[in-house]
Design a protein around this ligand. Structure first.
Ligand code: NAD
Ligand code: UFG
Length: 337
């Protein structure tokens, strides 16, 4: 089975690529390197012994997509490509709607023409907005609190409309909670450009000496220790969730929606403590005001994915931190240029 991974050299795409190769499937990677580096391909080869097929392309470039699909026919698509920085999306909403929403429409047209009818889409728990009840089930109300989140909700809506118009499509919306972790080899991991927006990459950079201290955004939330609680999921568990969704989606047309999370929430301070255990020293932090747009708590009910896909996350928070630390200490400045 040939599987197109848009955004395939990105953080989640590259780890999913490794898992697909290990299972004997044939990933076909496509990326424009907006937020990833070519060296990822060398690392995938180092880890798996296989160099994946790769095409440099922008999902908004219909002619290039047609070319790629003609050279390399595929059976299904996992659509990771997108911009994902919440703050940047507030500053540059049109860039986000163009890249994420318009890009998805162009991709869908190219897939239609190539008669590809199975898509797994990278959605996000951000579509639940400030959810009232925890854990969050898939039928909870959705709302967008920023242009990034709105782009995800708009794409979910477009994909649902498409499945109504053309029932032969199989569309799986995977709503990720907080992906963290790295490949256990230490050769692959998350490589944010500039100052990391997310908690775990920031802590890892403090641990490796690239940043002085963690800023904890608020300690006055209605949570046990006052800091924000999230459902952190190991990127390899997430990769396995895609494989399960692919196997299921291929046999079941229609629209399927799954939370991919562990079902367990941890606070900012709990994550910091776990990382300290792993790197063997105390890490400095300072408490600052809340970050605009953050919710107090967010964790998944992953029961539906367990029941329908036979998938559940296995890796612990300590394991996530160990793998991040191995990657960060071996690659203090991330992937080479
Ligand atoms: P990432 O930035 O590492 O990977 C995305 C990849 O898409 C990058 O390699 C980038 O170069 C590529 N890309 C962007 N625009 C493109 C375009 N127009 N054409 C071709 N390639 C393009 O991000 P990630 O963490 O791997 O996230 C993958 C997907 O999962 C994204 O859609 C993201 O919104 C979603 N998601 C991520 C998280 C998270 O916390 N990491 C959480 C929920 C959802
Ligand atoms: N945090 C800090 N300091 C930091 C970074 C984060 O205290 O330097 C806190 C946040 O306030 C929050 C927690 O750590 O309480 C997690 O923050 P992240 O930025 O790592 O993750 P978010 O939950 O804010 O957002 C992530 C992705 C979004 C996605 C969302 C879905 O970045 O793309 O999960 O829930 F939409």
């Amino acid at each position: 089975m040939n599987v197109l991974l848009t955004g395939g050299t990105g953080y989640i795409g590259s780890h999913t690529c490794v898992r697909l190769i290990e299972l004997g499937l044939r990933p076909v990677l496509l990326d424009n390197f907006a937020n990833s580096k070519r060296a990822v391909l060398d690392r995938i080869e180092r880890v798996t012994g296989v160099r994946p097929l790769f095409f440099e392309a922008d999902i908004r470039d219909r002619r290039r997509l047609d070319e790629v699909l003609a050279v390399q026919p595929v059976d299904a698509v996992i659509h990771f490509a997108g911009l994902k920085a919440v703050g940047e999306s507030v500053q540059r909403p049109l860039t986000y709607y163009d890249n994420n929403v318009h890009g998805t429409c162009v991709l869908l047209e190219a897939l239609q023409a190539a008669e590809v009818r199975t898509m797994i889409f990278s959605s996000s728990a951000t579509v639940y907005g400030d959810a009232r009840t925890m854990p969050i089930v898939e039928d909870a109300p959705t709302e967008a609190t920023n242009p990034y989140g709105r782009s995800k909700l708009m794409i979910e809506g477009i994909l649902r409309d498409l499945a109504v118009a053309q029932p032969e499509w199989s569309i799986t919306l995977l709503r990720y909670f907080n992906p963290v972790g790295a490949h256990p080899s230490g050769a692959m991991g998350e490589d944010p450009q500039g100052i990391p927006n997310n908690l775990v990459p920031f802590i890892a950079q403090v641990a490796v000496g690239r940043r002085d201290r963690l800023t904890v955004f608020g300690d006055d939330y209605p949570t046990p220790d006052g800091t924000g609680v999230r459902d952190y999921i190991h990127v390899l568990d997430l990769a396995e969730g895609h494989v399960a969704a692919l196997q299921h989606g291929h046999r079941h047309p229609g629209v399927h929606v799954y939370n991919l999370g562990t079902g367990q929430g941890y606070s900012v301070l709990e994550v910091l403590r776990a990382f300290e255990r792993v790197c063997g020293r105390e890490l400095p932090y300072a408490v600052a005001p809340r970050r605009a747009g953050d919710v107090a708590s967010c964790w998944a009910d992953p029961e539906r994915a367990g029941r329908e896909l036979g998938w559940r996350a296995e890796r612990s928070l300590d394991r996530m931190c160990e793998d991040v630390w191995r990657w960060q200490s071996a690659n203090p400045t991330g992937y080479p240029e």
